[in-house]
Ligand binder design. Structure first.
Ligand SMILES: [Cu+2]
Length: 170
């Protein structure tokens, strides 16, 4: 009976961890302990993260590795990922804000760049994400990701609410 309960607990930890990563407030350090509990039982929660564990744009490695969903995750199976944000002036978090893609793929930013100017923020340099404060032709900005690395971005006006990162892998 005890064994069955333990099994149930470990099965339930996965969706819990994903939910916490996907829906976390980027300002809060919330999801870390849950991620460790789900995958690295030997590592204490406060251990220094590995070099792949640096948080850029409010995104942890667990966020990039999560199954692709509205809040981001692993999009390496797709040649493009859309990152959308409001067309009005009220701030809202980017969709797919923590996305992992393959080298050579594209990220398409869609929203009002006038109300939410996009700018690079943290991560590796040089970044393929350039400051964009006017709506491009067609209303979306397509950024090709030529080099592996992790590239943070944010809205110039609402960086505490609108932030994210693209992790580019070989
Ligand atoms: Cu904004």
């Amino acid at each position: 009976m005890r064994r069955a309960l333990l099994g149930l607990a470990s099965v339930m930890a996965l969706p819990l961890a994903f939910y916490a990563c996907a829906g976390d407030d980027p300002a809060a350090p919330g999801p870390k302990p849950l991620s460790y509990a789900a995958s690295e039982t030997s590592a204490p929660p406060d251990a220094a993260p590995a070099d792949t564990g640096a948080i850029v744009g409010g995104c942890s490695q667990a966020d990039f590795d999560a199954p692709a969903g509205l809040f981001g995750g692993d999009f390496t199976a797709q040649p493009n990922v859309d990152v959308t944000f409001p067309t009005g002036s009220a701030p809202m978090p980017y969709t797919n804000r923590c996305a992992k893609v393959k080298v050579g793929s594209t990220v398409t930013f869609k929203g009002s760049f006038f109300h939410h100017p996009l700018q690079p923020s943290g991560g590796d340099e040089p970044t393929p994400i350039v400051l964009t404060s006017f709506d491009p032709d067609g209303g979306s900005l397509v950024v090709t990701m030529p080099v592996k690395g992790t590239y943070g971005y944010e809205c110039m006006f609402h960086p505490s609410i609108m932030l994210g990162a693209i992790q580019v892998v070989p």
